[in-house]
Design a protein around this ligand. Structure first.
Ligand code: ZN
Length: 678
């Protein structure tokens, strides 16, 4: 029997992959890679880029081919068996990664190839080598043996503890549900969510409705449920996930793990010569120093907080009472309705999924001359998943992407893009990149098409921006193609840039079509939608800054004598910037997977950082005409195609003709106006 995870070409055979394929495939891939590495290092042929580095890129791609389908399935269709296999593999992967990153012979190989490069030009090859050498340094490759070993143990432990953090979160969510038989108590909740809850109850042979703890249900309840007790229940369950305050079992409490995670990160940073983990993280970022990031956030906070205070005061005044944390979204929605008389549920009928996807693809066509062509005969993990080829105007397929849009049990919440196949050039030609675009939209009821809220459309455009970043790359080396090697604080530039199109009046009109009448979104609704964009943008910005500063401070101020001071620092940040009071039982930090799960550690600020870049980039399109081909081509060439081979500050400068400015974002958020309109 062949193991589908060992296929060397084509798309993964998702439907064939079984949990018992996972460990043998990984073992075999790691064995082959180690064997080839030894051969490479033993070879006494004088090494140049082609003979030494290209094979290393091949190994990276081979490991990606084995592991990417596993980590993808673990996120979109997990099971106990898959999770066990996945967990057994994590330490092996971490060990391999550390081994590669700490191999002094490998370091010397990169160094000698780098030294042998004659041209001083900033070629992709040179950038790849620079990145590799930097990363060797960050992995402590120049440490004495015993410290090197220590570093590797810390990293291995860290990856396990972070994974456990994420699992506790999933488990604590799966363990909680709200069963309701009294329809009266569900007043206000959108029908689509109630349909799903009724189905969930039926599946369990229960009467009434079973509301599960997932993101769409939580947002629907907290925003729309008239029953304050129900909102409080859901809010409490949501902000106490994986904590000592949670209603699920204590075994899912993340508190101790978070302390461990912070300690391990700090120790790793110190070992390789940095002051703290934030400092360590900056070595591969666009931002230059701890102070620069702190100042950037404080500068934004200074402008945003007064706006947020006004917005909240206006809301409280309007309701005439002191609002609890679980009331804010509900009354904000009511105020938004009053001011803009527009609700998500009013908009939904105008945005059938098919039409929205067409609208999105139309934008891509106008900007870049690319077409998305749906393919039927592609193996997938779930029947509703779709696959598209990305075709250029010469009818050449330059990439592909899977689209998995609906929330399911055993699927991680949120939305994301993931790499399925990496772009690379080998003897047999170019391997075209393939992406996963994953969302958690509410599953359509059986008698209606899927209808999206505008927020879901923005999410879709966002993830599509990441998808384009992965697919449009022209770089032939997996380690620096697409989003690889792109500084974390700039990686959200293409995604947040694309969001702006989901707000453009012409784009929105074109992608709307009432699912019963075919009528486009009427102009009055369109205008209100535009106005609603800046509704409570001060409150939202303050919240993002609060998350960012919390993340930044726990990493930059870590002190081994005092521990991580997680709750203390969160309290200080809230005292300084928060506008909405959190109840004492809130343990939101215990479910802050962005930070404690690892991917955005000391990096949450990058959302705002990249938003500034994105708003400023979009302003260039506004100035030239939204679909100006020259501007689009320049954006594609300077930003989307270069992967991790460009200095992103310089790339932005090349695109915009100047350094990024903060004003377009503040203007976009309605926090400052240029005065031009008035
Ligand atoms: Zn993103």
């Amino acid at each position: 029997m062949t193991n589908p995870l060992l296929a060397e070409t084509g798309l993964p055979s998702f439907s064939q992959i079984q949990p018992d394929h996972v460990e043998p495939a990984l073992d075999e891939t790691l064995r082959r890679n180690r064997e080839e590495l030894e051969q490479l290092l033993a070879s006494d042929v004088e090494s140049d880029f082609l003979t030494a580095i290209a094979p290393l890129e091949e190994m990276q791609d081979r490991l990606h081919r084995t592991w990417s389908p596993v980590s993808h399935l673990q996120m979109v269709k997990t099971s106990d068996e898959l999770r066990e296999a996945y967990n057994r593999c994590l330490p092996k992967l971490a060990r391999y990664a550390t081994e590669m990153a700490q191999d002094a012979r490998l370091f010397r190989l990169y160094k000698s190839v780098n030294d042998s490069l004659e041209s001083q030009e900033e070629t992709p090859e040179r950038k790849l080598l620079e990145h590799a050498l930097r990363d060797f340094h960050l992995a402590g490759v120049d440490l004495p043996e015993d410290e090197k070993k220590q570093f590797s143990e810390i990293m291995e432990e860290l990856s396990q503890v972070q994974a456990k953090f994420e699992q506790n979160l999933l488990d604590s969510m799966a363990a909680w549900s709200h069963h309701e038989t009294d329809e009266q108590k569900l007043c206000g909740i959108p029908a689509a969510v109630l349909d799903a809850a009724r189905n969930a109850a039926e599946e369990q042979d229960m009467d009434g409705w079973l509301l599960l703890l997932n993101q769409p249900t939580y947002i629907a309840v907290i925003t729309h449920a008239d029953n304050a007790e129900l909102r409080k229940d859901f809010y409490t369950a949501w902000v106490t996930r994986a904590s000592d305050q949670g209603q699920a079992s204590d075994e899912f409490d993340n508190t101790a793990l978070m302390e461990d995670i912070m300690g391990l990160r700090h120790r790793a940073a110190i070992l390789v010569g940095f002051d703290n983990y934030a400092d360590y993280a900056l070595a591969s970022r666009m931002a230059g120093s701890v102070a620069e990031v702190t100042e950037f956030l404080e500068q934004l906070a200074k402008v945003a907080k007064p706006a947020a205070v006004n917005e909240f005061k206006e809301l409280q005044d309007w309701t005439g009472k002191k609002l609890n944390a679980w009331d804010v979204a509900y009354y904000a929605e009511k105020l938004r309705l009053k001011n803009f008389s527009i609700s998500d549920e009013e908009l939904r009928p105008y945005f059938p999924l098919e039409r929205v996807m067409d609208g999105l693809f139309q934008v891509m066509q106008q900007l870049f001359g690319l077409t998305a062509r749906e393919e039927q005969d592609i193996d997938r993990w779930q029947p509703e998943v779709r696959y598209y080829s990305l075709v250029n105007d010469r009818n050449e397929t330059i990439g592909g992407f899977f689209v998995d849009l609906y929330a399911r049990r055993n699927k991680r919440s949120g939305a994301w893009m993931d790499e399925c196949v990496l772009r690379k050039r080998s003897k047999s030609g170019v391997q075209i990149p393939v992406a996963h675009l994953v969302c958690n939209f509410t599953c359509p009821a059986s008698d209606k098409p899927a209808l999206l809220t505008h927020e879901e459309i923005v999410t879709l455009f966002h993830e599509f921006g990441h998808t384009l970043h992965h697919l449009l790359t022209r770089i032939d080396y997996p380690s620096v193609s697409g989003i690889n090697g792109v500084p974390w604080d700039a990686v959200e530039l293409p995604s947040q840039f694309m969001e702006n199109f989901a707000w453009d009046p012409d784009v929105v009109r074109d992608m709307s079509s009432h699912f019963e009448t075919g009528e486009p979104l009427p102009d009055d609704l369109l205008l209100k939608l535009q106005a609603s964009r800046v509704f409570h943008s001060g409150l939202q910005m303050v919240r993002q800054i609060e998350f960012s500063l919390f993340d930044w401070r726990i990493h930059s101020e870590y002190d081994p004598d005092k521990g991580a001071r997680i709750r203390e620092i969160l309290g200080e940040v809230r005292d300084a910037y928060s506008v909405i009071e959190s109840p004492p039982f809130s343990r939101f930090e215990n479910s802050f997977a962005h930070v404690f799960g690892g991917s955005y550690a000391a990096g949450y600020y990058s959302y705002k950082w990249a938003e500034v870049l994105a708003a400023d980039a979009f302003a260039a399109f506004r100035e030239a005409g939204l679909f100006d081909r020259k501007v689009a081509d320049r954006f594609r060439e300077t930003i989307l195609e270069v992967g991790g081979t460009a200095d992103i500050g310089a790339a932005f400068q090349a695109f915009r003709g100047r350094a990024p400015q903060i004003e377009p974002l503040l203007e976009q958020a309605g926090i400052v106006t240029t005065g031009k309109q008035s």
